[in-house]
Design a protein around this ligand. Structure first.
Ligand SMILES: [Zn+2]
Length: 313
């Protein structure tokens, strides 16, 4: 969205990873009250539609007049302003707000905020890839989601009680890059560094063992005004014949955050998971302009940036 690679209207307030303390509640809200500390799944659900009742709040049928699935401040996800602001409005707060213990600024502050998206999303990547104890996993992409997928795999590894004979190679591959994947060296150096997700998709199919699993957690937009050719419409070539021949499963899409966030919150509280190790910078709101520039340029050290409206400049 920042690079104009997804259709958004000027003036949209960004910010789909939100956490804070409740300032006011609407007349229909029952389960949360003023003063509660909460974190919000980036996907907004109603809690009562066909998809939400089956646990797929990522495809809610109520909150997005443009189609399925809603979110805060995000292209194609409905009219919900984002949370990079002093206040954010939370639809269906009883369903969406996850209660947190403690007080703002405590030892879990920067872990809890990652429950809004990247920790559950990284975990979901491993679920889509059917990662089990003893499996070999390859993760493409070392941004926040790729790193969280690695953390989720390690949690699985710790539970391993010893593996049987394994097929050499990789059973589970995770694409944590998406449409922004860049071409790597194939002997044709003049095109190296250009955007080429089709090369990544080919790598995933080639690398994955027969009967293995591919998880596409990196984003692919249905429309990409900044792309060339078929990619403008979200169309990419896939080595379907090889994938079919190997009997590989391919799963993809947004994480249904509500399926995981209670469990992952409690792993944080128990000291089993410390996702905030990926947080590199913390700024007040007026640090956002420079933070976006540096993150977008992949400048050294900009892994995950938190904006804290209450932090002094
Ligand atoms: Zn719903």
């Amino acid at each position: 969205m920042y690079e104009g690679r997804a259709p958004v209207e000027a003036g949209l307030i960004f910010g789909h990873e939100n956490m804070g303390v409740i300032e006011a509640v609407g007349s229909a809200v029952r389960n949360v009250k003023v003063g509660d500390r909460v974190v919000l799944p980036f996907n907004i659900g109603c809690g009562f539609c066909f998809n939400c009742t089956r646990g797929f709040s990522n495809a809610c049928l109520t909150v997005n007049p443009q189609g399925h699935g809603g979110g805060y401040g995000y292209s194609g996800m409905g009219p919900h302003p984002g949370g990079q602001a002093e206040l954010v409005r939370v639809p269906y707060a009883d369903y969406n707000a996850l209660a947190l213990p403690g007080t703002p600024g405590d030892e879990f502050e920067d872990d809890f905020i990652l429950l809004a998206d990247v920790f559950p999303t990284g975990y979901h990547a491993t679920e889509q890839a059917h990662v089990k104890p003893g499996d070999t996993v390859a993760i493409f992409g070392a941004g926040p989601v790729g790193l969280m997928a690695a953390l989720s795999c390690k949690s699985v590894q710790d539970l391993q009680k010893g593996a049987g004979e394994k097929m050499p190679g990789v059973m589970c591959t995770i694409d944590a890059i998406g449409y922004e994947a860049k071409k790597h060296d194939t002997g044709d150096r003049k095109n190296e560094g250009q955007q080429d997700p089709e090369q990544l998709l080919a790598d995933l199919v080639r690398l994955t063992n027969p009967t293995g699993h591919i998880s596409l957690i990196g984003v692919y937009f249905p429309e990409d005004p900044g792309a060339k050719g078929d990619a403008k419409k979200g169309r990419f070539l896939l080595d379907l014949g090889d994938a079919w021949n190997k009997g590989i499963t391919i799963e993809m899409g947004q994480a249904p955050v509500k399926q995981y966030n209670v469990y992952l919150r409690d792993l944080i509280i128990a000291g089993v998971a410390k996702p905030s190790t990926i947080v590199s910078h913390r700024f007040p709101l007026d640090g956002a302009v420079d933070a976006y520039k540096n993150f977008d340029a992949r400048n050294d050290g900009y892994t995950k940036v938190l904006l804290k409206p209450q932090q002094a400049a």
